[in-house]
Design a protein around this ligand. Structure first.
Ligand SMILES: [Zn+2]
Length: 250
């Protein structure tokens, strides 16, 4: 059984078809992530609707404009559903904006504290903000093993994050021609610390780069990881399923 540990089902009109096409490829465990209040609410609805789908709820650093003060209460309420397995995706993104760094850091820290309060892991998005992400995580120790999604940092940093109890998920990027960093991380990280994701509808793997991604593409990622680590796809499949179940307590 393959796992898509990070996607956004709310970005599709035809979720029944997306989930069933994934099942046909034996992608039977999907974790759909919220990135604001509405998508978090939808994530919970999909988790209720589909047996194989679990949800995360949280506010992404790119969605802070107009964020209501009571957002943390709303996320807390959504997180009470028993198929909500993490707070996410949360984090820091300095790629498009650096003018609201302090706000990004505050909302990130508040959600880390919430995860600890609820004894949930977190799913982290970090873009062009690796050091600040690390500093905040270091000063807010998490109770649960957690996930850095679409990890694009160095292996040196990955080792530091591992000490803080993090696993790493990889998606389409590791299939790109210029994927040196992702390939190096996959090579060096223990398989026990690796999860597969699509981040659908974004980040479609080769040969579908540039098209709308779907969870059914997970076997392409698993195959690539097997190739990089020079092990069988079956071994990758089995271990990553185990890693995902453990991390999210499924
Ligand atoms: Zn995402």
């Amino acid at each position: 059984m393959f796992v898509d540990a990070h996607l956004h089902l709310n970005e599709y009109e035809d979720t029944d078809r997306v989930v069933s096409d994934a099942e046909k490829e034996r992608v039977n465990l999907l974790i759909t992530d919220g990135y604001d209040l509405l998508s978090s609410q939808k994530a919970v609805e999909y988790a209720k609707k589909y047996k194989n789908v679990y949800a995360t709820v949280g506010v992404h650093p790119e969605n802070l404009d107009g964020l209501e003060d009571a957002y943390i209460e709303k996320i807390t309420e959504l997180a009470k559903h028993d198929k909500v397995v993490a707070i996410g995706e949360i984090g820091l993104d300095y790629h498009f904006r650096v003018d609201n760094k302090e706000l990004q850091k505050r909302v990130f820290a508040e959600q880390l504290e919430l995860a600890n309060k609820l004894n949930l892991p977190v799913v982290i998005h970090s873009r062009d903000a690796m050091m600040d992400t690390y500093e905040i995580l270091k000063s807010h120790p998490l109770k649960r093993r957690s996930l850095l999604h679409c990890y694009g940092g160095s292996f040196e940093m990955a080792k530091e994050f591992m000490k803080l109890g993090f696993s790493f998920s990889f998606g389409g990027v590791c299939t790109f021609k210029n994927a040196r960093v992702a390939v190096e991380n996959i090579q060096n990280l223990p398989l026990e610390s690796i999860l597969t994701e699509t981040d659908s509808p974004y980040m479609a793997p080769e040969p579908f780069r540039g098209t709308k991604n779907e969870p059914k593409n997970i076997p392409i990622i698993a195959k690539k990881i097997a190739e990089i680590k020079q092990i069988s796809v079956e071994e990758v499949e089995k271990q990553i399923y185990q890693n995902t179940k453990e991390l999210f307590n499924i």
